[in-house]
Design a protein around this ligand. Structure first.
Ligand SMILES: C[C@@](CO)(OP(=O)(O)O)[C@H](O)COP(=O)(O)OP(=O)(O)OC[C@H]1O[C@@H](n2ccc(N)nc2=O)[C@H](O)[C@@H]1O
Ligand SMILES: Nc1ncnc2c1ncn2[C@@H]1O[C@H](COP(=O)(O)OP(=O)(O)O)[C@@H](O)[C@H]1O
Length: 274
């Protein structure tokens, strides 16, 4: 067994998020094209006599170090005794799957460490777990349990969070219409430009309800729309993180620099999505 094991937990970006219905248990039916970024958290796993968790890194503040943390719950449900170090780079409660991606990274690392499959349904830890286990572009449907890998040309993005936490359940609750049209059929994209054109016509149905709870999201989307070279701006998941998409890495890097200059307190990163 090679130790310690280090696993990258990428930011999950809902490039589209169509809410198409409501299940009798209160969970919403989703149709979403999901991409993963080359920015994210880092999980380090070391064998130990008991389960422990230490949260470090620039975004560690306020992230629980006990059973409230999805990393802890993932390791516990796996039956693993490991010392987990979670290096937080992503904001929490931000619509980019921080907790879910961390938990999926723990499960991937434990599979490797114990040379054993995950002994439970990852969905038990949250609706975003199945897509985060895959950690590559996918179409997600059902309430999150159906995940089909998708071919997405690499896209360049600016991710921005105005540092307000938005609880997922509150945003779903604030959505008035539950039965919205699904995403269009996913074409075989021939280029980044082709996919950007297609994405322009899709939606995130949670954008308006999230704005009703945190109006700063509207201002954030406006500022992203001013960035040179952007093809579209949208919110990810239940917010408050929003993104602008670009054709080139250089445009995204300049976009992030310009946005930072006007909003020094926001969390802003440029990245590649795959
Ligand atoms: C909205 C999405 C889109 O990818 O992303 P985030 O905003 O969390 O990043 C996810 O579906 C979130 O997944 P996750 O954060 O794992 O959700 P869970 O812990 O299972 O559920 C949190 C709460 O969100 C609501 N919920 C979640 C998923 C779903 N399909 N329908 C829902 O109504 C429920 O109110 C639930 O109590
Ligand atoms: N590993 C984790 N990283 C960040 N937050 C976590 C983690 N585990 C549990 N949480 C808790 O889960 C809540 C939702 O965080 P997160 O999963 O990042 O949100 P979202 O589902 O919007 O992407 C936060 O309020 C936080 O306290």
């Amino acid at each position: 067994m090679k130790t310690p094991i280090e696993v990258f937990a990428p930011a999950k970006i809902n490039l589209t998020l169509h809410v198409t219905g409501l299940r009798s248990d209160g969970y919403h039916l989703l149709d979403s094209l999901v991409g993963f970024a080359d920015v994210g958290d880092r999980v380090i796993l070391e064998p130990a006599s008991k389960l422990s968790l230490r949260v470090t890194g620039p975004m560690a503040e306020g992230v629980p170090e006990d059973a409230r943390n999805l990393c802890w719950r993932a390791a516990q449900a796996f039956g693993a005794t490991v010392a987990i170090t979670l290096e937080k780079h992503l904001p929490a409660a931000a619509g980019i799957g921080g907790g879910s991606s961390d938990a999926a990274a723990v499960l991937r690392g434990l599979q490797q460490m114990y040379d054993a499959p995950v002994p439970f349904d990852p969905m038990d830890l949250g609706a975003d777990l199945p897509v985060c286990m895959l950690a590559r572009a996918a179409r997600m449907s059902g309430v999150g349990e159906q995940v089909a890998p998708a071919d997405l040309p690499p896209l360049h993005a600016v991710l921005a969070n105005p540092r307000v936490a938005v609880p997922t359940s509150a945003v779903f609750k604030a959505l008035p219409g539950k039965n919205n049209p699904p995403m269009a059929a996913l074409p075989a994209f021939s280029s980044a430009r082709d996919s950007l054109r297609w994405l322009q016509d899709q939606r995130n149905d949670l954008e308006a309800p999230a704005i009703s709870l945190q109006p700063v999201i509207e201002e954030l989307l406006k500022q992203l729309s001013f960035l040179e070279g952007q093809w579209l701006t949208r919110m990810s998941g239940s917010g408050a993180t929003c993104f602008a998409l670009f054709e080139t890495a250089g445009q995204a890097e300049l976009g992030a620099r310009d946005l930072r200059a006007n909003n020094p307190d926001w969390w802003i990163e440029h990245c590649e999505l795959t």
